[in-house]
Design a protein around this ligand. Structure first.
Ligand code: UT7
Length: 329
């Protein structure tokens, strides 16, 4: 029997209209455009403004746009995997909320939590349901409303993150296009360095957790940087090596957009020249689960059938991983 691959057959994204520039941040915390640009590569990020708007509200236009592009109805979706670290609520799953909002009446779904590696983990997980023959149409959504967990008085984190969301559709392909391989890793001993301390079962919300600002993302930047810069590069190189790929074989490197210096190190390690690296960190910052699918969305018109893509990510947990994808259209 012919092997079934899980191919991306459509991608669409959404970023909110509000642009938070480095200059505006200069009026909020003790920072400056030069520092942010040279240390991170970020110039601006998008923020979802407005009462009652959550991560799923960015996913709705992303998914509606995707369905329209592909020319299918929401009721054809079998499964939704929503990769996010900022779910609308602790429960029910944002995947369920999204299914209701877009009318995906025949889909089941769940949220996947792997911080910034979420989309690579979700893509690999979603692909299993296609490869097994169990499902025909799987939506993998990656997105975060990071502004809901960012402390805009903490200059070490508020300059990095932004809001955004994008989705891909996975469908069966028997010609060898789609997800070919992935390497996924995690190390829970990294949890002290990047986390959100309260609001879970360990530290339920209380006046104390609020006073201590424990409902905001906490990061020890340098420690995370050290792990990220080596592990993201290593895992990208590993997936290339075990598939006998050299830099010449790669059409695009699609790195998680956490820091331009980490992106450059990953590209160097893989030997991939900068013109083959998808970078939009200067406009969107770090949208956590949104970065990689947002890149795919923005570069969609440049992608060609058969292009070899390497996706690579690193995030809180720690989690990290890379995927080798043969573009299908
Ligand atoms: O996406 C998931 C995984 N996350 C990551 O991959 C992020 C990894 N970490 C990083 O990207 C970087 O560590 C940061 C961008 C967060 C920080 O950059 P850094 O080059 O590691 O800076 P640092 O934390 O070592 O701080 C250097 C200096 C410090 O001042 P002193 O102690 O040298 O006087 C900071 O207080 O820069 C200061 N600083 C700032 N100055 C101006 C920290 N944040 C700022 C700021 N503006 N926003």
């Amino acid at each position: 029997m012919q092997k079934i691959y899980a191919a991306i057959t459509a991608v669409h994204g959404y970023v909110p209209d509000y642009v938070l520039t480095n200059h505006e941040l200069e009026t909020m915390v003790d920072t400056n455009d030069e520092w942010i640009t040279s240390r991170t590569g970020i110039k601006e990020r998008r923020i979802l403004k407005g009462e009652g708007l959550a991560t799923s509200d960015m996913a709705v236009p992303a998914v509606k746009g995707l369905l329209e592009k592909r020319g299918i109805g929401a009721e054809e979706i079998d499964l939704i995997i929503f990769c996010t670290s900022t779910p609308d609520m602790v429960f029910p799953a944002t995947a369920n909320i999204l299914a209701d909002k877009v009318g995906a009446k025949n889909a089941w779904g769940y949220d996947l939590q792997a911080a910034c590696s979420g989309f690579v983990f979700g893509l690999t997980t979603g692909a299993q349901f296609i490869e097994s023959g169990k499902h025909k149409k799987v939506l993998v959504v990656g997105g975060d409303k990071m502004s809901s967990i960012v402390n805009y008085e903490d200059r070490t984190t508020c300059i990095i993150f932004g809001d955004g969301c994008a989705a891909v559709l996975l469908e069966p392909n028997e010609e060898g296009f789609g997800l070919v391989d992935s390497v996924l890793k995690s190390d829970g001993s990294g949890r002290p360095f990047l986390n959100l301390k309260a609001g879970g079962s360990l530290r339920p919300a209380s006046y104390e957790t609020i006073d201590n600002k424990e409902h905001f993302a906490y990061q020890e930047g340098q420690a995370v940087f050290k792990f990220a810069v080596t592990n993201m590069a290593d895992v990208a190189a590993e997936v290339m090596e075990r598939n006998n790929l050299t830099a010449e074989d790669i059409a695009w490197l699609v790195p998680h957009q956490a820091n331009k210096r980490i992106i450059d190190a990953t590209a160097n390690r893989c030997g991939v020249s900068s013109d083959k690296v998808m970078i939009n960190i200067h406009r969107y910052g770090n949208t956590t689960n949104g970065t990689i699918p947002l890149c795919l969305w923005e570069w969609e018109s440049k992608l060609k059938k058969g292009d070899n893509l390497i996706l690579a990510a690193f995030g809180g947990g720690f989690t990290w991983g890379a995927a080798y994808l043969k573009w299908a259209y």
